[in-house]
Write a protein that binds this ligand. Structure first.
Ligand code: ZN
Ligand code: ZN
Length: 253
C-alpha cells in the first residue's frame, strides 16, 4: 500500500516519531534501543494529542491562549492537552491516561536523570501505543492511522507489539455490531480478509467500501461470476472468474 501524506505538519511529525519508536522497539542491535524508543513513542503521544487539538483550532496547541501567540510560544503538555480535549468532548479513558502517565514517568527519568533498562519498558510502550491505536482513528474521522504507517511496521505493531488476540476480538466485536440485524433481514456480508486471514472483512462495511476491521484498511473485493466467492478485485480484474472456476472450466473444455 502506498502511504498517504496528510500535509498536516503535527500529524506527520507524530507519525515519524511513532515509526521511529516502533523500529527501535524491536531493534536488538541498536545501543540503548529502548531508551530511544521510549522517548520517541512518548513524543508521538504528545504530538498526536496536539494534532487532535490543532484540527479543532490551531491556536489550541498553545499553553497560554490569552496572550498573543507566536511560533515560539510554549505549547501544551500531555496533561493540559487531555483536559482541553475533554472540555471539547474528545474523551480519553482513565485507563488510557494512566498508560500515558506511566510512560511519561519513564521518559522524565530518562530525559532528566538516567536510563536504567527495565523489564517493563516494552509493556509501558505497548500500552501507550495501544492508546494511539484507539485514539487516533477516533479523532481523525476521515482516515485511519494504518493509512499513514509503513506497511511492515503496521503489521509488526499488530502482531508483535500489541496483543494480537485482543485486537482480533475487538475487530470481531465491531463486525458483529455491524452485521447483526433483525431476523429475516440481510446484513452486510462478512468474508475472510485476504491480507490478515481473519473473518473481519465486511463487504460495503465502511463508507460503502469493503473494509477489514482488523487490518483497518479498505480492500476492494469482487465476486466470481460463477461461484460467487469473494476475491480481491485486483485478482478478478482481467477475468471475472476465480482461479478455481477457471481451472474447472479448463477441465471441461
Ligand atoms: Zn484484514
Ligand atoms: Zn469461482
Amino acid at each position: 500500500m502506498v502511504k498517504k501524506q496528510t500535509g498536516c505538519p503535527i500529524f506527520d511529525n507524530a507519525v515519524d516519531s511513532l515509526e521511529h519508536g516502533l523500529r527501535l522497539y524491536q531493534d536488538g542491535n541498536y545501543p540503548n534501543a529502548h531508551k530511544h524508543a521510549i522517548l520517541a513513542v512518548y513524543q508521538a503521544v504528545e504530538l498526536f494529542l496536539k494534532d487532535a487539538l490543532y484540527r479543532i483550532n490551531p491556536v489550541l496547541i498553545y499553553a497560554d491562549i490569552d496572550k498573543q501567540v507566536r511560533d515560539d510560544s510554549r505549547t501544551v503538555g500531555f496533561k493540559d492537552a487531555v483536559v482541553r480535549l475533554e472540555n471539547l468532548n474528545v474523551h480519553i479513558a482513565t485507563e488510557s491516561k494512566q498508560s500515558i502517565e506511566r510512560l511519561q514517568k519513564r521518559r522524565n527519568v530518562i530525559e532528566h536523570l538516567e536510563y536504567k533498562p527495565s523489564d517493563n519498558d516494552r509493556s509501558r510502550m505497548a500500552d501507550a501505543i495501544k492508546v494511539l491505536y484507539d485514539f487516533v482513528p477516533q479523532y481523525l474521522k476521515d482516515g485511519e492511522l494504518a493509512d499513514y504507517i509503513d506497511d511492515d511496521l503496521w503489521r509488526e505493531l499488530q502482531v508483535f507489539i500489541l496483543d494480537y488476540e485482543k485486537l482480533v476480538a475487538e475487530a470481531q466485536t465491531q463486525v458483529d455490531e455491524l452485521t447483526t440485524v433483525p431476523p429475516g433481514d440481510y446484513g452486510p456480508e462478512v468474508v475472510e480478509c485476504p491480507q490478515c486471514g481473519n473473518a473481519t472483512l465486511v463487504i460495503g462495511g465502511r463508507n460503502s467500501g469493503d473494509y477489514c476491521f482488523f487490518c483497518r484498511r479498505t480492500l476492494p473485493m469482487a465476486q466470481c461470476c460463477d461461484c460467487s466467492e469473494y476475491y480481491p478485485a485486483e485478482m478478478l480484474k482481467e477475468v471475472s472468474r476465480c482461479p478455481d472456476c477457471m481451472w474447472a472450466q479448463g477441465e471441461k473444455g
